[in-house]
Design a protein. Structure first.
Length: 435
């Protein structure tokens, strides 16, 4: 392995005192791009995330015939909405390993009239899509998954989306439901969607509904999000839309305060943010941190000198993208931490239960793997080269361990470009400056 294949994290000398504003939310950027693409007129998105995931979404929409002007180094996007249509009559889309992009654009492509095919990297061909394809086919589309197990590549032979009724499983990925919700207002007739079983990551579905509402489309649904009624809206309304900082990215900086002590304030996010991952701070509070909700930010204060974090039992179903961050914090707790409710994490960029357990053990922890989570018992930490499995969150989360433990190296640090290209620079700046 050459020196460029890993980065070594430098330990922090003392408690933190910093303020940080992460880049824009990936989840909001990609949802807003879809709604703006289906709007009847031009929309401007500000504060957009610049990353691999948003790049492949922009490229995919462009190949579908929806022009997007990229301004201000990528943080401003001007989208020429196609009024609920897909102008292209054929397209080959490469979507890397972006789950949001493959799922959202598969649903969007059914609104067109032509032949479309979506493919990605090798890991994408292992990520499930069949349930979304089945739901779209129930609504009159023609969608076929080409890989074993109902995975991409996926082909769409589109002649508009007729509408009707469909069911979708809720226990694999909430992105299936979000993809359907955003596309179905442009169907030819009313759509009823039913969720089979438990709906994981509910805050992401609520986020989808809020973005749709901002672009002029209301959805009827009960409080438990088990059924959705969508009337034909024709298209969304154009909008100037400001995107919040990424709450999943914010979790790394809040966790740094928990691990190193001191305080870190993340600007631009409040308890009323659209992103459910702001609830990560509640987990830190249960482990002994102090949380202050400010007018335009959230501050986390780590344990005072001489005090330790404590282990906790945490159901993280609603904030599953922050499990790896929490695992890094758990290594510094006094006692075991149990995470549950995240069986669907096995179907993401990597198996975020089994592979996370492997790397935590490499760092010195004892880990019991469970079907829907894991129990982390801290041990004597040791230097390690942490494998990242081409998973951006594995790299960003476990880098935090190196803020206290010397000799922690992160393999393939470039994988953070998926959602946060400048992560290591921002982390270094945050832990080296005072407020």
């Amino acid at each position: 392995m050459s020196p460029s294949d890993f980065i070594e994290i430098q330990p922090v000398g003392g408690p933190l005192a910093a303020r940080v504003r992460p880049p824009g939310s990936k989840s909001l950027t990609n949802r807003a791009l879809v709604c703006a693409a289906l709007a009847d007129g031009e929309s401007t998105l500000t504060g957009a995330l610049v990353s691999d995931d948003t790049h492949v979404m922009i490229e995919g929409l462009s190949r579908l015939g929806i022009p997007i002007d990229v301004l201000d180094n990528g943080t401003t996007l001007r989208v020429a909405g196609a009024g609920g249509q897909v102008p292209a009559i054929e397209a080959e889309l490469f979507i890397g390993n972006s789950g949001t992009t493959v799922r959202f654009l598969t649903a969007l492509a059914t609104l067109g009239h032509g032949a479309f095919r979506l493919d990605g990297v090798a890991r994408m061909r292992e990520r499930p899509l069949q349930d979304l394809a089945d739901a779209l086919n129930s609504l009159g589309a023609t969608v076929r998954c080409e890989s074993p197990g109902g995975c991409p590549p996926v082909s769409v032979h589109a002649n508009g989306l007729p509408g009707g009724e469909a069911s979708v499983r809720g226990d694999i990925s909430s992105q299936f439901l979000s993809a359907l919700l955003m596309a179905c207002p442009c169907a030819a007739s009313p759509v009823t969607l039913r969720v089979d079983g438990e709906l994981v990551s509910q805050p992401y579905v609520r986020m989808t509904l809020e973005v749709m509402r901002a672009f002029g489309v209301e959805v009827t649904a009960p409080a438990d999000l088990s059924r959705f009624e969508l009337a034909p809206a024709g298209c969304y309304q154009p909008l100037d839309y400001a995107i919040e900082p990424d709450a999943s990215a914010a979790s790394y900086f809040w966790a740094a305060a928990a691990i190193c002590g001191g305080e870190v304030t993340v600007e631009g996010l409040t308890r009323n943010a659209l992103q459910g991952d702001v609830a990560f701070v509640d987990c830190l509070e249960k482990m002994g941190c102090r949380v202050e909700h400010l007018t335009d930010g959230i501050k986390v204060v780590g344990p005072a000198p001489g005090e330790k974090l404590r282990g906790a039992k945490l159901d993280m179903n609603a904030i599953s993208d922050t499990v790896q961050t929490l695992a890094a914090v758990a290594l510094f707790a006094d006692g075991p931490t149990e995470v549950s409710g995240v069986a669907h994490n096995r179907h993401k960029e990597t198996d975020r239960i089994a592979d996370l357990a492997t790397e935590l053990r490499r760092l010195g922890a004892s880990v019991e793997e469970k079907p829907d989570g894991l129990v982390i018992t801290p041990g004597e930490l040791r230097p390690a080269l942490v494998e990242t499995y081409d998973d951006h969150r594995m790299a960003m989360s476990l880098a935090l361990v190196g803020l206290r433990q010397p000799g922690v190296r992160i393999a393939n640090p470039g994988c953070t470009a998926k959602t946060y290209p400048n992560y290591f620079e921002d982390l270094s700046a945050t832990v080296s400056k005072n407020d």
